[in-house]
Every structure is written in structure tokens, then in C-alpha cells.
Design a protein around this ligand. Structure first.
Ligand code: AMP
Length: 397
């Protein structure tokens, strides 16, 4: 079965083509809608191929260019796309699992747009475009929020009067669910834990960062909330701040609501503290003793350790394992070591040699053999997770 996975943003489309579990191709189209729209296609072991994208291309025309390139390539031409999986950022409290897309489902995704305006509308546009370019091919929506629909009321409510939840859907939703679920399932396999009896903490640390408590296969708490701004320090996002910060800054500086929202989402986090987003660069500056880089890394790892300890309340005990994933989680021995060093309350330790090589020779394990919680590095693969779910929903048993 051949599945095309689409992740549609407001001006970009990322895609990956899977034949079974094998990645046959991946690529993206950028700057959709502008005169310099461009794209590329990567095949395993081959050099990058430029995609001819018409100037001013919309999403449908960009997907048309992708399809034409896939059909024209000698290694891919025989792969008939049998299903399409879409990454959809917000499923609100309506969608708690991947869902076959119908006109009704698409209307509901649009209806949820106020919760994530730019993302949700881009996701809906991508579904519309794919319907035109791939008529008759079944499509599945895989929601970033769905895995967290199992979190209990005392975890998902904010302490606000109930009408804000009832009328405006104000509650905690959580994000990165596909990634947390994927790495948790790999951890359970790797450690041979019972599928219905385990306690895990997963830390997805990329440009966006979140951590999740997983009890017996279900998310029971996560650090992101109504929006992906809540929780951990991230590349450009502040994570938790005092909720009065908006009004304080507005009164003090005259900044507008939109300007403060932009500050917290795009000019804060690692970028705000140290002026650098890329963790590789920050780690180099940290090694040279640069004070702002050291502060950024201390803030990042302290907040992460604090949230991981807090998530144990939802687990009801110490975790069997702590899993690191995402661009930073998979690649930064420094961040893993500094975080685990702050978690002595959980009796966690690392093996520095295993940590330095990301657990590559020890099935992801970076803690000493006999200690618990076991600390693991597990690469996430959100596209393969989406392809797997798409296949499951579109395969007739
Ligand atoms: P993601 O959003 O999962 O693609 O992750 C992006 C983040 O991963 C960026 O902050 C990168 O700096 C970070 N990253 C990627 N490679 C490395 C590496 N080798 N060491 C440290 N951080 C890395």
C-alpha cells in the first residue's frame, strides 16, 4: 500500500511517500502563493531534485507539481497512491483518534479553526487541494491533539468559570500527540513493558517542545495547553509566564495584544534569552562559557526537569522510563545530561558514554543497565506514524 503524507502550512506543503513502512520519497514546496514558490524532492540515497512549481502557485497547484514529479520519476512512477494522510494540528475535543475524512469531518475541522487560526485553515486547504488533485483517493486526518483526549478533567480544565469552556472551548488540549504516542509505543516494545501497565515520561524537544505523562498507553497529562505556547521553554516560545504579563506589558510599554502575543510566540524562548535558536550553536557557546548561552540552557533544562517532576503527579508514581525525542532530544547529549542531572529526586542517572552516542549501540538506552527509570533516546517519525494510521483506517480487513 502506498500512502502520501501531507503536512500543509499556510505557505508550505511538506510531504512524504511511503511504500509499506519504507520511505520512497519526501520533500516540500515553500513560499506557496508568492512569485518565488519553489520545491524539492529527496529520494533515499539520491541527490535532491528541484520541483518545477509555477509562480504564484496555490496549494492545489503545488500538490499538482508534486504529483507530476512523483509520476515522472522512474523509481516512483509505478507507485500508485492508495491513501493520503494529513497532519491536522487541532481536533479540539471532537476528535480523539485519526479519522477518515468526509465533507462533514472537513466542515468540523474548519469549525475548530478559531482554536488554531493559521494552522487549521491551512490544513483544511490542504485537504481541499488533495481532493482535487487525487479524486477518489481516501484521506485520513491525524490530529496533533487527539492522543491527549484521554487526559482527565482535573488536568484539562483551567480554573475558570465553566462558560469559558462551554461557549469558547477554553481548556487544555496538548499537541505533538502523534510523536508522543509513537515514541511511547517504541519504548514499550524496546523495554518489553506490558502494553496495559506502564508509566512513561516523553519529552519531545524540537523547535516546539512538550512533555507528556503516559499511563498504560494513554496520555494523562501534557505540558502544552489551549495553544502550543503553554509549558516548556522552546526555540522562540516563552512557555509558561505569569498570566498577568500581557496586561502588565501593555500598561507599562503600550504594546498591543498582538505585539505581546508575537513577542511570546516568536521572539522569546532560546531566541529571546540568547539571541540563538539553534541548539547546536548554543551548545558551542555554552562550551566557551558564554553567560547568556549558559543562562538559556539552564532555563531550558530547569523548566523541563520541573515539568517532568510535575507530570509524575498524573502518573501516580515514578516512571519506568523517560524518553527523549525531537531534533534536540535526539541529538543533544548536553541537554539530556543537564536535564537528568536536575532529576535526582527520581533517582535518575545517565551513562555518559552511551549518552554521547545517543544510545545508538544500546537500543536507545543512555542510563546505566540496572537503573530505573530507564532513560531512552528514540527518534520520532511523525510521517511514518501518520502513514501507519492512514493505512490502518483505509485497509479493508
Ligand atoms: P525539530 O523541530 O524536531 O526539527 O528540531 C529542531 C531543533 O533541533 C533545532 O533547535 C536544532 O538546533 C536542534 N538540533 C538539530 N540537530 C541537532 C544537534 N546535532 N545537536 C543539538 N541540537 C540539534
Amino acid at each position: 500500500m502506498v500512502v502520501l503524507v501531507i503536512n500543509c502550512g499556510s505557505s508550505s506543503v511538506k510531504f512524504a511517500l511511503f511504500s509499506g513502512d519504507r520511505t520512497a520519497a519526501r520533500g516540500m514546496v515553500e513560499r506557496i502563493g508568492s512569485h518565488d514558490a519553489s520545491g524539492h524532492l529527496d529520494l533515499p540515497g539520491s541527490s535532491r531534485i528541484a520541483l518545477p512549481v509555477p509562480s504564484g502557485a496555490d496549494h492545489a497547484s503545488a500538490l499538482g507539481s508534486v504529483l507530476a514529479a512523483l509520476r515522472a520519476h522512474p523509481d516512483l512512477a509505478s507507485l500508485e497512491i492508495t491513501a493520503i494522510g494529513h497532519r491536522v494540528v487541532h481536533g479540539g475535543d471532537r476528535f480523539s483518534s485519526p479519522t477518515l475524512i468526509t465533507p462533514q469531518v472537513l466542515a468540523e475541522i474548519r469549525d475548530l479553526a478559531p482554536l488554531a487560526p493559521s494552522h487549521a485553515l491551512a490544513n483544511a486547504t490542504g485537504i481541499d487541494a488533495a481532493t482535487r488533485v487525487f479524486p477518489g483517493v481516501p484521506q485520513v486526518a491525524v490530529f496533533d491533539t487527539a492522543f491527549h483526549q484521554s487526559i482527565p478533567p482535573e488536568v484539562y480544565h483551567y480554573a475558570l468559570p465553566p462558560e469559558f469552556h462551554r461557549e469558547h472551548r477554553v481548556r487544555r488540549y496538548g499537541f505533538h500527540g502523534t510523536s508522543h504516542a509513537w515514541v511511547a509505543a517504541r519504548a514499550v516494545e524496546t523495554l518489553g513493558l506490558p502494553e496495559d501497565k506502564h508509566r512513561l515520561l516523553t519529552a519531545h524537544l524540537g523547535n516546539g517542545c512538550s512533555a507528556t505523562a503516559i499511563l498504560d498507553g494513554k496520555s494523562v497529562d501534557t505540558t502544552m495547553g489551549l495553544t502550543p505556547l503553554e509549558g516548556l521553554v522552546m526555540g522562540t516560545r516563552s512557555g509558561n509566564v505569569d498570566p498577568n504579563l500581557h496586561s502588565y506589558l501593555h500598561r507599562r510599554t503600550g504594546m498591543s495584544l498582538d505585539e505581546i502575543t508575537d513577542l511570546l510566540n516568536h521572539r522569546s524562548g532560546l531566541t529571546g534569552v540568547a539571541g540563538v535558536n539553534d541548539m547546536r550553536h548554543l551548545a558551542e557557546l555554552h562550551a566557551q562559557g558564554d553567560p547568556t548561552a549558559c543562562l538559556a540552557i539552564d532555563l531550558f533544562t530547569f523548566r523541563l526537569a520541573r515539568e517532568l517532576c510535575g507530570l509524575c503527579a498524573a502518573l501516580g508514581g515514578r516512571p519506568d522510563a523517560i524518553v527523549f525525542t525531537g531534533g534536540i532530544g535526539e541529538n543533544s547529549p548536553l541537554i539530556r545530561a543537564e536535564t537528568i542531572a536536575r532529576l535526582s529526586v527520581l533517582s535518575t542517572t545517565l551513562d555518559p558514554v552511551l549518552n554521547a552516542v545517543h544510545g545508538r549501540d544500546s537500543r536507545g538506552r543512555i542510563s546505566p543497565e540496572i537503573t530505573t527509570p530507564v532513560v531512552l533516546v528514540i527518534p520520532t517519525n511523525e510521517e511514518l506514524a501518520i502513514a501507519t494510521e492512514t493505512r490502518r483506517l483505509t485497509t479493508v480487513p
